[in-house]
Design a protein around this ligand. Structure first.
Ligand SMILES: *Cc1c(COP(=O)(O)O)cnc(C)c1O
Length: 428
């Protein structure tokens, strides 16, 4: 009962959707044999250094013995049990850890299945909060351009209106408000003009606003942009001033990726609601969490509904919680800050030559994230095979060729990765 590489690719071609794909796509697909450490081994025998950490998530690398063991152990006890009326140790342990390590005042944890759902939950919390306060007209969300928050309807409504293709879902999506993408780059000196747009929007619309949602410091899939901590600090102050909740979406940045355990720490702020996902389980299983303050939770529960209106079937799946607990333990006991600093240094040095290329508009790095922004969108049909030929797995998006490798990548592997990017872009 095992399928050959050809059979897998054939079935896939005939029956399977991939992320943001056409069923008529002629782009090459690669069948994976197995993965370990930072490498993806293909069915055809080739080995690739993974520059993507399976979309920010696989921070400790693939096939990690301790993570494997955590799942095995939990499997012997309980693979899954419903969370309505029942609880269990892996969930309790994880909630306690998340409350401890996340920004201050976040005390209540809602577990769900994926990042997009964590965002839905956050939006519902914000709306229910104001409803419970007798201000149901405060139900709009203010979001930032170039933001990305997921693919479900609520999440889509707060994604960048252009790249999020609001046009296509016009009349179906909730209409939200948008402020300019933060104009002040991470290291750039602050100027008050950078806060003007969002300040005006808050002044004008706060009576109908439930919350501001943003990705702290790093705008991920919507732009791969790094912005000034001062912007985040100011938005936090404005939210408090205008009585609007702040939702921080740390699904991409959580667990050290940008150099702080949580990107909110760059600005020393704490949101009212926090979304986590991606690296939460070290990339092993799908799990996300939405945290909120006691004030938010108590207000919601004192409202007309008397409870928070959400409850996924696989809420707090024990296998996922068990591997999340182990992943966080591994992270916290490792010298992760040092590791991220080394990766940042490697990425800066290794990607610097790219800025000399005609086709490149910008090169930027923060923590374990490296971005080469091209002047034109890359041709995926050509560039992916070129990366594979160089022995690396890099999956660009639009004009952005970016990497966020597993934290366990060695200096040598990182050099292979950045050299490959330079080589491929030189000829692209
Ligand atoms: C990936 C991502 C999401 C969506 O998470 P999924 O698990 O893909 O649903 C939401 N917000 C941010 C910032 C993300 O990077």
């Amino acid at each position: 009962m095992s399928l050959s590489q050809e059979q897998i690719l054939e079935i896939d071609k005939n029956h399977i959707w991939h992320p943001y794909s056409s069923i008529n796509s002629t782009q090459e697909l690669y069948a994976v044999e197995s993965c370990s450490g930072v490498s993806i081994r293909l069915k055809d025998g080739r080995e690739l250094i993974d520059g993507m950490a399976s979309w920010w998530s696989m921070i400790h690398g693939y096939n990690h013995p301790e993570l494997n063991q955590a799942i095995h152990r939990q499997l012997e006890s309980t693979a899954h049990v419903m969370f309505g009326g029942l609880t269990h140790e892996p969930a309790a342990q994880l909630a306690q850890t998340l409350v401890e390590i996340s920004p201050r005042d976040l005390e209540q944890v809602f577990f769900c299945d994926s990042g997009s759902v964590a965002v839905e939950v956050a939006l519902k919390m914000a709306v229910q909060y104001w409803h419970a306060k007798g201000l149901p007209q405060k139900h709009k969300i203010l979001s930032l351009r170039s933001g990305y928050h997921g693919d479900t309807f609520g999440a889509m409504s707060v994604c960048d209106p252009e790249t999020g293709m609001h046009q296509l879902f016009n009349g179906v999506l909730a209409e939200q408000l948008f402020s300019e993408a933060p104009g002040c780059k991470f290291d750039q000196p602050w100027d008050d003009r950078y806060i003007q747009d969002i300040q005006q929007q808050l002044e004008q619309h706060h009576q109908q606003l439930a919350a501001v949602i943003l990705e702290p410091i790093v705008q991920g899939a919507g732009g791969m942009r790094f912005y000034s901590p001062e912007y985040l600090r100011r938005v936090k102050q404005l939210c408090a001033h205008f009585d609007v909740l702040l939702i921080a979406d740390e699904i991409a940045t959580g667990f050290g990726r940008a150099g702080k355990l949580f990107a909110c720490e760059f600005a020393d702020i704490s949101p009212d609601i926090l979304c986590l996902g991606k690296a939460l389980t070290g990339g092993y299983l799908t799990l996300a969490a939405t945290l909120c303050t006691n004030a938010v939770a108590e207000t919601i529960c004192a409202g007309e509904a008397g409870c928070f209106m959400h409850g996924p079937t696989f809420m707090a799946n024990p296998l996922a919680c068990a591997v999340a607990n182990k992943s966080i333990e591994l992270l916290l006991k490792s010298p992760w800050q040092e590791k991220i600093r080394d990766i940042e240094k490697g990425l800066r040095g290794g990607l610097a030559p790219c800025s000399e290329l005609q086709s490149v508009a910008d090169v930027r790095c923060l923590g374990a994230i490296g971005v080469v922004e091209m002047k034109e969108p890359v041709d995926m049909a050509r560039i992916t095979p070129a990366f594979v030929q160089q022995g690396v797995w890099v999956r660009p998006f639009g004009t952005r060729v970016y990497v966020m490798p597993p934290y366990c990548i060695t200096t040598e592997q990182l050099t292979t990765l950045t050299d490959a990017i330079f080589q491929v872009l030189s000829h692209h």
